[in-house]
Ligand binder design. Structure first.
Ligand code: ZN
Length: 178
């Protein structure tokens, strides 16, 4: 599947068939037709040493192989939550159309924003009624520091309540209260 650039979050959840939290960013990438590979595979396939890969990034990066986006992840990087965030961040680069452009600082900010929004959709957290840092971290599979930021954004109320996203997660939200 060819992915459109700058697809909205709701569209991505729909196309990747995501209906519940925590979100598996690698499974989502694969559903969107994005290849995901480990550093070991990249190293063998492209004859690149691990040192060169680590110099590029300790966690992961993404690139175009011909027309097709590929996410490379350091499978030995510590922390499951860190790896999930990296995968979501790289997915952001792929779906936001960053792979064709230069690696600008704004692209990094946008990919971080995407990862936070993608892994921890505020309208779903709000509807699940979770209001503690530990609760949000557990619900979304994100770090406590990331959860703290999300909770602050939730309290500020300065976010878009997307009915398509609420619809997409409606079954999960209902089950959450059972
Ligand atoms: Zn990046």
């Amino acid at each position: 599947m060819k992915i459109s650039t700058r697809a909205g979050l709701a569209e991505i959840y729909e196309r990747a068939d995501i209906h519940s939290l925590p979100i598996d960013p690698l499974a989502a990438a694969r559903s969107l037709g994005i290849k995901t590979v480990s550093y070991k595979i990249i190293s063998e396939y492209y004859h690149i040493t691990f040192e060169e890969l680590y110099r590029k990034s300790l966690w992961g990066f993404s690139f175009l192989e011909g027309e097709f986006p590929v996410i490379a992840l350091n499978e030995s990087a510590c922390g499951e939550r860190r790896r999930r965030f990296t995968a979501a961040h790289e997915l952001g680069h792929c779906v936001l159309g960053h792979l064709r452009g230069r690696n600008l600082e704004s692209a990094e900010r946008e990919a971080n924003r995407f990862a936070a929004d993608f892994l921890a959709p505020l309208c779903v957290i709000e509807q699940c009624g979770v209001r503690s840092v530990a609760g949000v971290a557990r619900l979304c599979g994100i770090s406590e520091s990331a959860a703290e930021i999300r909770l602050r954004e939730l309290r500020d109320g300065n976010f878009r309540r997307d009915s398509r996203i609420s619809e997409q997660f409606s079954g999960f939200i209902v089950r959450y209260f059972q």
